[in-house]
Design a protein around this ligand. Structure first.
Ligand SMILES: [Zn+2]
Ligand SMILES: [Zn+2]
Length: 97
């Protein structure tokens, strides 16, 4: 069985990327018979979006630290009645983490 390098049009950004013979072999070993529809960079960004840990554009919410009263930002939406701490106080409150 032999594969040949192919040029594939990315369905997201329209870039033409190469689907190399080597990758085709890998795909087939996964049981994927379809060629990829996205270029490597679109595949990457889709993956990080799904796992929600892209890093830079993580959604942050403003909150007031329940301990020192400082403005802080937390990665979850602060609920009423729930104590929110800034990162310094969080370490004090939960020293085991
Ligand atoms: Zn793309
Ligand atoms: Zn604090």
């Amino acid at each position: 069985m032999s594969f040949q390098d192919k040029s594939v049009h990315c369905s997201v950004c329209g870039t033409i990327f190469s689907f190399s013979a080597e990758e085709q072999g890998v795909f087939q070993s996964w049981g994927c018979t379809n060629e990829p529809k996205r270029c490597p960079s679109c595949r990457q960004s889709r993956k990080s979006a799904r796992h929600g840990n892209g890093g830079s554009d993580r959604r942050m919410f403003r909150a007031i630290c329940a301990d020192c009263g400082r403005d802080t930002e937390v990665p979850f939406e602060p609920r009423r009645g729930r104590r929110v701490y800034c990162s310094d106080c969080y370490r004090k409150v939960r020293p085991n983490r």
